[in-house]
Design a protein around this ligand. Structure first.
Ligand code: UDP
Ligand code: MG
Length: 325
């Protein structure tokens, strides 16, 4: 069996060598069991010397393939490129920063051999800041109410995918990609195991509060139009409140006569309604924006340098019998 390791790298020159040493050790352990390995590194337009480091690795190790983007297209695009260029019978997706311990690959391969198409590593949140843990908890509560697929806290992109899962994911050509959701959407027999979260080996996480917030919104909006539905319900609720209030205020005027001081009420109502309308417009705008990007049909990424010929659509080694239709 050929195992492809897909690794998105953005400014990882300091760890990439160490990362490769560790996965190579794992590859050496798996070789006697009849498993070959290839490494697909995707340089996501790094500003440092990541590309040079990858080229160096490719010179030393013929199993290394790299794809380098013309600019930073984001991790989702890097992941897609990695999957497209992987030719293995199964693919392990992992981060370059050693937060995903390479030794776990063996366990994943074992579980895959037991018939699971997706083997998902779920990290425990120990060592995370309390606020991050809390926001993550709340977010997953919310998103699982709104979204069709089940998203689990701590489950990220660190997972093994069988060839048919990879092909299914590649068949989803949408521009706005939310991999966590796409993996959950394709389904197939899956299993999850837990691992201890390691701290980043070097450099710093490229996630800021803002990018996390945007990522969260992407997840909410990528799967269905339930937020639009929520906006409709909110509007109906407000209309009901306004109606009740009108009845009350008209009745009061009829009984007590008109009392002019209503300034506070008016201002409060106007600002509240304006806020709600803004949010609804924003939600609609988000969907329209997504349609706009889909319609343009631009490529997800542009390649600047690579040592692989285009493998998209190339038959993987092994049979293609079990592929989706
Ligand atoms: N990454 C990428 N493009 C980006 C940002 C990150 O390819 O624009 C890669 C990065 O090199 C790493 C992985 O995605 O291998 C996860 O990134 P990071 O460690 O910053 O995220 P975290 O682990 O904090 O979720
Ligand atoms: Mg990381």
């Amino acid at each position: 069996m050929l195992i492809s390791i897909v690794v998105p790298c953005y400014n990882e020159e300091d760890v990439i060598g160490r990362f490769h040493d560790q996965v190579r050790d794992v590859a050496d352990d798996l070789l006697p069991l009849g498993h070959d390995m290839e490494f697909v590194y995707v340089d996501d337009g790094s500003r440092d010397r990541t590309l040079a480091a990858l080229q160096h690795l490719a010179d030393l190790d013929s199993r290394v393939r790299y794809v380098s983007f013309s600019r930073n297209f984001g991790k989702e695009a890097a992941l897609l490129a990695g999957l497209r260029h992987a030719s293995g019978d199964c693919v392990v997706v992992m981060d370059a920063d050693l937060q995903h311990p390479p030794e776990l690959i063996k366990r994943m391969v074992d579980l895959h051999a037991q018939g699971h198409d997706q083997v998902i590593a779920r990290r425990t949140r120990s060592g995370d800041r309390f606020t991050r843990t809390l926001t993550a908890r709340l977010y997953y509560r919310l998103i699982n109410r709104l979204v069709d697929v089940e998203l689990v806290d701590g489950v990220g992109d660190f997972r093994l995918l069988s060839r048919r899962v990879v092909d299914a994911v590649l068949a989803l050509t949408e521009y706005n990609r939310f991999s966590k959701g796409l993996f959950a959407w394709v389904g197939f027999p899956s299993t999850t195991f837990e691992y201890e979260n390691a701290v980043r080996a070097h450099g710093r996480s490229s996630w800021t509060f803002r990018s996390l917030l945007n990522y969260g919104l992407d997840g909410l909006l990528s799967f269905n139009n339930r937020p639009l539905r929520a906006a409709v319900y909110l509007g109906m609720g407000l209309l009901l409140c306004a109606g009740l209030y009108t009845v009350w205020i008209v009745a009061a005027a009829l009984v007590h006569g008109v009392d002019t001081p209503g300034y506070v009420t008016i201002i409060t109502a106007v600002t509240a309604l304006a806020g709600v309308q803004m949010i609804m417009l924003g939600v609609i705008g988000e969907y329209t924006g997504r349609i706009y990007y889909e319609v343009k049909g631009r490529p997800h990424f542009l390649v600047k340098a690579t040592n692989v010929e285009r493998t998209e659509g190339r038959a993987p080694r092994g049979t293609r019998k079990d592929l989706i239709p």
